[in-house]
Design a protein around this ligand. Structure first.
Ligand code: MYA
Length: 610
């Protein structure tokens, strides 16, 4: 807003304004909270604009630069001790058996600075960028997912709110403690409130003297719940709505110390996997929370929670890219050494195809993680759909890759000693926590549809006063006329990709165009009731996953080809294979939607239970 106002004062020429915007990227200082992504405002999000059939490529091309020399040095200094920690100190099998991280291993993790990776140096942290963190987290994910969850529950969500929304006093008071040995936890989920995060019942009432909130309620499945001394807690508070002046309940977030009294935890939960991590219930009984411990403003808690989750989700893709690497290494090693029917397994085409698909999925996941981390480091503000895509895709890909690794290893894969059954058990929760993949698919589709709907509304309004909106109307009308006589050319990307990838870029550009047209047709057909067509929404989300991930790897592969990397030709094969399959899936889905036969027998069957 401010930028626009300042410019308009000094120069009213539109072309110059566009140039001005292009020359001043919206950089924001690290750790400054994102503005809430509004689906109607202009957005650089690729996924969001896809719903209008537009290819918004500014945050996908070029692929974010790798680290600079200083940043690389820092990562190098971390990688060796981390690898050594996992090879020499930590035993994931033991952590799984004793259902906690072994004391010595946990102490080493604190010594390595792993619990303060993104906190400022002056507050005891390592101040890693998101890209640097992704490199380190990949290694953690390769070795021990119980440890990954403990680390993430502490800093990716536990005290991320203090980093993003804390005032200087809150940061100075808490961050040094949280980088020096005190655990943090993120307390949102309740017995009656999981995916429906806004329905929490924990309450905080302002004390009569206005100095404290009195907190009552309980939270379940809290990672680090039995360990944490400091918690980010979400509770209903009664506030005056600034729009209506009426009082109503709104969620507020608080920094709560166990030392305040009245905070207790249940015993560690018995879980299927990630047993090394600690998960408990947490109870709050008349806890006196000082008013200065409100985080991010009274009544803003829902947005605080959502943005903490949005900000942390990319870490899952980085972590699981590492897990997949570990699974692929085990399966490859086995395929290279195992002889059956007189031949090494690797010489059978079926086995090679499995390994190729596993490698392709790992490449896609890793690329998503680094694309999003790089954009976040550059100051991107509209990444919440992209992180949701990366969370869903990485958790599903990792499950598939681990399962296939077990399949390749046969009986050996099923044995505890191989370590893959533990990884498979650990992986199961990744499709559930940090926002279930089901809810995130709906989030992607509904947010995208709202964005597309806002554009249609703009047009509708424009037609009410056509003389004042001739530009918009003519622009839209000519687009439609051209499209209707079959002369339309879809938005293009071939100028952005390496020439060897032009064909793949063309396939995906056409998908993006068809996708935009489908969304528009569906909006016109269903109007607001589209929110009830979840089968349709899930399919639109899947198309978004396929198109966005294809563009991400086209971008990465372009960079590798341009730089003549030794891996470039291999990357090109994976990119072409993925884009070919992804565009096929998108086209098939959109055709079924157009014919109205996306509701197949399974859907009919599921209606019987209603
Ligand atoms: S932690 C718990 C995880 N729980 C969840 O993720 C909860 C899932 N539920 C939700 O996200 C929300 O309730 C949904 C919306 C999405 C269903 N960003 O009316 P609404 C805005 C920004 O749609 P609802 C855990 O699992 C929206 O625009 N804004 O809301 C531990 C609207 O704004 P306005 C958003 O229908 C895991 C307003 O909010 C977002 O109630 C351990 C209301 O919207 C958004 N996303 O529900 C982690 N969504 O009013 C381990 C909505 O202005 C990880 N809005 O129009 C391990 C990884 C390893 C990594 C290692 C790293 C070290």
């Amino acid at each position: 807003m401010f930028k626009i106002a300042r410019f308009v004062k000094t120069n009213r020429n539109l072309q110059n304004y566009v140039r001005y915007l292009a020359a001043t990227p919206a950089a924001k200082p690290k750790n400054e909270p994102e503005k809430d992504p509004s689906p109607t405002s202009e957005s650089l999000s690729f996924a969001l604009n896809l719903f209008r059939g537009q290819l918004e490529t500014r945050e996908v091309f070029p692929f974010p630069n790798p680290l600079n020399d200083d940043q690389k040095d820092t990562v190098r200094m971390l990688i060796d001790p981390v690898a050594k920690f996992f090879e020499e100190v930590n035993d994931p099998k033991k952590n799984d058996e004793i259902e906690k991280i072994d004391d010595k291993a946990l102490a080493s993790l604190w010594d390595l600075g792993f619990f303060g990776t993104q906190a400022p140096v002056e507050l005891g942290g390592l101040a890693l960028t998101n890209t640097q963190l992704a490199r380190v987290v990949e290694i953690v994910g390769k070795h021990d997912l119980g440890i990954a969850v403990t680390l993430a529950a502490h800093q990716s969500i536990g005290f991320k709110g203090i980093l993003l929304y804390g005032n200087p006093q809150q940061k100075e008071k808490y961050i040094p403690r949280l980088t020096a040995g005190e655990f943090a936890a993120f307390c949102l989920t309740e017995p009656s409130s999981g995916s429906d995060a806004a329905s929490i019942r924990t309450r905080a009432e302002l004390s009569p003297d206005g100095k404290h909130y009195i907190l009552n309620g309980s939270k379940i499945w809290i990672s680090n719940g039995g360990l944490a001394g400091v918690m980010t807690v979400f509770a209903q508070t009664n506030v005056v709505d600034p729009k209506t002046g009426e009082r109503k309940d709104k969620v507020t977030s608080f920094i709560v110390e166990r030392a305040f009294g009245g905070v207790t935890s249940g015993p560690p939960e018995k879980k299927m996997g990630i047993k090394g991590s600690n998960t408990t219930e947490v109870f709050f009984e008349d806890v006196k929370v000082p008013v200065e411990n409100v985080l991010g403003g009274v009544g803003n808690g829902f947005k605080v929670a959502m943005n903490i989750l949005n900000n942390g989700r990319f870490g899952m893709a980085a972590c699981l890219a590492g897990t997949m690497k570990g699974c692929i290494e085990k399966a490859t090693d086995f395929a290279v050494n195992r002889t059956q029917f007189g031949q090494k397994l690797k010489s059978f085409q079926g086995m090679r195809e499995k390994l190729a698909r596993m490698a392709m999925l790992q490449y896609v996941t890793e690329s998503l993680a680094y694309m999003i981390a790089g954009n976040m480091d550059k100051g991107s503000q509209h990444y919440h759909l992209e992180t949701a895509v990366s969370k869903c895709m990485s958790s599903e890909a990792a499950w598939y890759v681990c399962d296939e690794a077990i399949q390749i290893m046969g009986g050996m894969g099923f044995m505890k000693e191989t370590g893959l059954e533990r990884v498979l058990r650990d992986l199961r929760i990744f499709r559930i926590f940090e926002g279930t993949n089901d809810i995130l698919r709906l989030l992607v589709a509904l947010t995208g549809i709202q964005h597309a709907g806002a554009h249609l509304k703009e047009l509708q309004k424009a037609f009410k006063n056509p003389t004042a909106n001739l530009g918009l109307i003519f622009g839209e009308a000519s687009k439609r006329v051209v499209r209707s006589v079959g002369l339309s050319s879809p938005p293009r990307m071939d100028h952005l990709v390496h020439k060897d990838l032009a064909l793949s870029a063309d396939l995906i550009s056409k998908c993006a165009d068809s996708f935009g047209q489908s969304v528009e047709a569906l909006l016109i057909k269903h109007g607001k009731s589209i929110v009830d067509h979840q089968s349709l929404l899930n399919r639109l989300a899947n198309c978004t996953f396929d198109i966005y991930s294809s563009v991400v790897i086209l971008s990465r592969c372009t960079q590798s080809l341009n730089n003549n990397l030794p891996s470039a030709q291999h990357e090109k094969l994976m990119t072409e294979a993925w884009v070919f399959e992804a565009s096929d899936r998108v086209n098939h889905t959109l055709q079924c939607i157009a014919k109205g036969d996306y509701v197949n027998n399974i859907n009919k069957l599921s209606d019987i239970g209603q």
